[in-house]
Write a protein that binds this ligand. Structure first.
Ligand code: TEU
Length: 550
């Protein structure tokens, strides 16, 4: 059994990873061709975002059939071959299960629309408050009302995401049984990991107007959430000790995560929470431009580190995924200190307590693309908000500036394999433009360079396996008041680790008051440089990992 505390997960967005057949879209055979690259990085698991049959309104998070593979990505035989080839390399596959909602093209929803009562009960229907007024004022996460009127029934159905993604009714036992069947089917294919999409939204509470906001308090970490997760665990993946699970927790609370990701194993192995990635929002509002709040970032990361450890629960640690902008553009630098900042950010997150996730291209230091025209964007959320922002009175230029920072497409541009045309991603016309800097930010160049961002990530993955203090140690926050430094200490038996990061492009000094004698440097992003008598003189975006035995 792989110990998930020592493991690293590599996330693939299949559409943008590698195109094996020249149609401009990445596919399963493309992933297969790149398994050696992932092996070289050292990752233990590959999480693939959904490749099930789907109309692709939300790039596969709108599932039409959980048992079939979308022909755009390949066939079931391709999946089986990929799975066998991964296994040969000691890599396991983690599938992305979207169970809060289906596509409106799913057979269940089609039957519901035909008026079949059994399937109408698979979804959430309510009468309007009065003619033309939805049941509640809840907002869809992608903009607009979360309710869609269907004249035939004079009722509305709930869609927390796109109108084409109706929410499933988990209070119906038949829905829960159907979901279990899906999980068992993929377990039968040998899958050893599951990521559950927005899983803390499946249990809906009261259907009331939200006078303060958007409705999320009525369905987030809802009344039966722990019961439903425990049931799913008991009846499906809990029967196989080798399976690891991660739940994507939208706007969750730490208290709930203690239970979701408890060591007792009744629910999930670990959780993704997003509070640390809202430090450049205004409250919950992401479509604004505000500088990121470094102190808040530290505070949130530390409080989750401490809280989860004290309650014997496990974190997933990450900066990037297919919904987030590129971290080097967000908290680092695209310019002079691109390489230093990419390495620093990797170190800061990978040495924490939790299982690290690397999103494709992060290990190369890929950046946001800086798109300047709406025709370059693909994401439904970005397209909706581009319109909504202008309806609110912003100029087109201002709307672009916000999209350039916050759009989910920032992370979805094709993987940069080479410096050639289209970054070596496809022989055809890519479904989304490749970022121009593929001329120098690409896998081929970084594999050839012993000092590259890729080589740094490779070391981080290896260190986690080699040092128990990284995988198992306790965490103690340091430099909590320092305006530029993010530092922490890890301890385990006789092992001590110091991780010190300068988050800014200017030098700084941190007088730690620590006894730093006898530490050796395991990793850094400048050649020399060690603390003297507890004083750290840090260069722009400098990072260092120091180790000693007591
Ligand atoms: O995302 C959940 C989610 O709510 C956010 O990450 C969302 O993209 C963000 O809040 C919008 O500002 C998951 C998937 O990761 C995402 O790709 C899907 O679109 C979404 O669920 C619906 O399935």
């Amino acid at each position: 059994m792989t110990d998930f505390r020592k493991s690293t997960v590599y996330q693939i967005y299949p559409k943008s990873f590698y195109d094996s057949n020249g149609d401009g879209l990445g596919d399963l055979r493309g992933i297969m061709e790149k398994l050696d690259y992932i092996k070289e990085l050292g990752a233990d698991y590959i999480w693939m975002t959904p490749f099930f049959l789907s109309p692709q309104k939300d790039n596969g998070y709108d599932v039409e059939d959980y048992y079939r593979i979308d022909p755009r990505y390949g066939t079931m035989e391709d999946f089986e071959e990929l799975s066998a080839e991964a296994e040969k390399r000691g890599i396991r596959l983690m599938l992305d299960m979207v169970f809060n909602h289906t596509s409106d093209r799913h057979e269940w929803f089609r039957k519901a629309l035909e008026g079949d009562e059994k399937y109408r009960n698979f979804y959430i229907w309510k009468k309007g408050k009065e003619p033309g007024v939805p049941p509640t004022n809840w907002e869809s996460k992608f903009g607009g009302s979360a309710w869609q009127y269907v004249e035939k029934f004079d009722e509305y159905y709930l869609h927390l995401f796109d109108v084409s993604q109706p929410d499933l009714n988990w209070d119906n036992p038949q829905v829960r049984e159907e979901i279990r069947k899906v999980v068992r089917f993929w377990m039968g294919k040998g899958v050893k990991g599951f990521r559950f999409d927005v899983i803390n939204l499946i249990s809906k509470g009261d259907f009331l107007d939200d006078h303060e906001g958007d409705g999320r308090r009525f369905y987030t970490d809802g009344p039966h959430i722990h019961q439903y997760l425990q049931e799913l665990n008991r009846e499906t993946f809990g029967k196989d000790a080798e399976i690891i699970t991660v739940g994507e927790m939208s706007s969750t609370s730490m208290e709930n995560c203690y239970q979701y990701a408890s060591e007792d194993g009744k629910e999930l192995s670990m959780v993704f929470s997003f509070h640390h990635l809202k430090v450049d929002f205004m409250g919950n509002e992401k479509w604004v431009l505000v500088p990121y709040d470094f102190r808040k970032l530290k505070e949130i990361l530390f409080s989750w580190q401490k809280g989860m450890a004290e309650h014997r629960a496990w974190n997933a640690v990450f900066w990037c995924n297919h919904d987030q902008p590129r971290v080097v553009s967000r908290f680092g630098s695209e310019g002079k200190y691109w390489k230093e900042s990419a390495k620093m950010l990797g170190t800061a997150i990978h040495c924490l307590r939790g299982t690290p996730y690397i999103y494709q291209g992060e290990e190369l230091g890929m950046t946001n693309p800086g798109f300047t025209d709406i025709s370059q964007y693909r994401d439904v959320e970005s397209l909706n908000h581009f319109r909504i922002l202008q309806e609110k009175g912003l100029t087109e230029q201002d709307a672009y500036r916000i999209l350039q920072v916050h759009s989910r497409d920032n992370s979805r541009t094709p993987m940069q394999w080479t410096g050639q045309a289209n970054g070596g991603f496809t022989e055809g016309e890519p479904w989304m433009e490749v970022t121009k800097n593929c001329s120098y930010i690409n896998a081929e160049a970084e594999l050839a360079d012993g000092d590259s961002v890729f080589r740094h990530y490779q070391k981080l993955v290896r260190l986690r396996k080699e040092y128990d203090v990284i995988s198992m140690g306790d965490v103690k926050p340091l430099a909590e008041e320092h305006p530029q430094v993010f530092a922490y200490e890890r301890t385990w038996k006789d092992e001590e680790l110091l991780v010190v990061n300068n988050f800014y492009g200017r030098e700084t000094v941190w007088s730690s008051g620590l006894d730093t004698a006898g530490f050796e440097k395991l990793l850094g992003n400048y050649e020399d440089g060690c603390p003297e008598n507890g004083t750290f003189r840090l260069r722009p975006f400098e990072t260092m990992v120091l180790f000693r035995r007591k």
